[in-house]
Design a protein around this ligand. Structure first.
Ligand code: SF4
Length: 383
């Protein structure tokens, strides 16, 4: 479990969205409801109804990922019961990866023991920083001590893999502090790291603060230096980047996310979940209350269902696959489109893309500016 070869594209994954959080982080634009008391049992019931109405994959699901939001706002006991409901409805591949995203501020030792006993085997901790001033500035509800404690409890509770999420390059962030967080994180030897550069999202506290001159964005040169510092530090510690923002110890890649980046099928349950099943894509209603009402009345919270055509499929594979170290197979690219081929050729000549075996992937000049390169490739594809 956990190496790229273990991610078989024909086996689908299951995503469970829990759109509730205790508070609102200052950088986050995810449509979650901030509450200490979500309607946990009603939400569980809606998930169960939606699952019961969905088609069962004959192979079983190869991975389950509980994300959000902060799933633990529902409580560890309710999450355990939701996992039990899912297992009663869908077949699972033996040894399936079952991930829980967890906020260290909503997590006790007993919770982790209960979750591990219920069948969760991979924990993705939203650590973000190990500097208490930064955590408070970002609007996080936990301290660095909470995060370190949660990681240690997760290990002793028996989770097979413990991963952490980090964020860098937010207003006022310095390379010195970033290096210190990296060193502290690596001291507890996580299996997996997701490391994202700060982006200024619409509707967030930071967007207003920047507009009003109360915060200043970190410059691009510093962001690039932070990315370089992380890559060097992680390489020295024996991690490999398998995606532009994700690195893992050997055998510890996140199979669920790899499936998505490779264009595999994923059924999404819960408010705001997205699904891709047998060439059909849809999303669920984002508002939790409206989602529960729709499922209670019709058995489904889906909106915007459409078939993905060939062009859409290529575009999705490009957007996901070019983020991967392995890249995407040439065979999925359009054949005989002169404009597209010219554009790819010039990106390869300039070192932004490179060929490796039968695949095309980001080149050395392309990795630091991945989003721009991917957008350029996508634009060349547009009719
Ligand atoms: S805990 Fe996660 S989902 Fe919730 S507000 Fe913070 S960043 Fe957003």
């Amino acid at each position: 479990m956990g190496s790229p070869a273990d991610c078989q594209p024909e086996i689908p994954g299951l995503y469970v969205s829990v759109p509730f959080c205790r508070g609102k982080c200052r950088y986050c634009a995810i449509p979650t409801r901030a509450t200490a008391l979500p309607p946990a049992e009603r939400y569980r019931d809606a998930l169960k109804r939606e699952a019961a109405a969905a088609r069962r994959p004959s192979s079983g699901f190869g991975s389950i990922y509980f994300g959000g939001g902060t799933p633990l706002t529902l409580s560890a006991a309710v999450l355990g019961r939701i996992l039990e409901d899912i297992r009663g409805i869908f077949p699972l591949v033996e040894g399936a990866e079952v991930t829980l995203e967890a906020n260290p501020g909503v997590l006790g030792r007993g919770d982790l023991e209960l979750l591990a006993a219920a069948g969760f085997n991979r924990l993705s901790l939203g650590v973000q920083s190990l500097d208490d001033e930064e955590l408070s500035f970002l609007g996080r509800i936990h301290t660095s001590g909470d995060a370190l404690q949660a990681a240690s409890w997760a290990r002793s509770a028996g989770f097979r893999q413990v991963g952490v999420d980090l964020i860098y390059g937010f207003p006022g962030h310095t390379i010195h502090r970033w290096r210190r967080t990296l060193d502290r994180v690596l001291s507890f030897d996580p299996d997996h790291l997701s490391i994202y550069a700060f982006t200024l999202e619409p509707g967030t506290y930071f967007q207003t603060a920047v507009r009003e001159g109360r915060a200043r964005l970190t410059g691009e040169a510093v962001i690039l230096a932070m990315d370089k510092a992380a890559r060097e530090r992680l390489a020295k510690a024996g991690y490999e980047y398998y995606e532009i923002s994700n690195a893992a110890r050997s055998g510890a890649v996140c199979l669920h996310n790899l499936r998505i980046w490779r264009g595999g099928d994923v059924l999404g349950l819960g408010a705001a979940a997205h699904s891709l099943v047998s060439g059909r894509r849809w999303r669920n209603i984002a508002d939790a209350g409206a989602y529960m009402k729709a499922v209670e009345e019709t058995g489904s919270g889906a909106v915007g269902t459409h078939l993905v055509d060939r062009e859409g499929e290529i575009l999705e594979r490009l957007l996901g696959g070019l983020r991967l170290d392995e890249g995407i197979p040439f065979s999925i690219l359009p054949n005989g489109d002169e404009r597209f081929e010219e554009s790819i050729h010039s990106l390869v000549t300039d070192g932004f893309l490179e060929t490796a075996g039968g695949n095309i992937r980001l080149g050395p000049r392309g990795r630091p500016v991945a989003d721009s390169v991917i957008l350029e490739v996508a634009a060349a594809l547009a009719p």
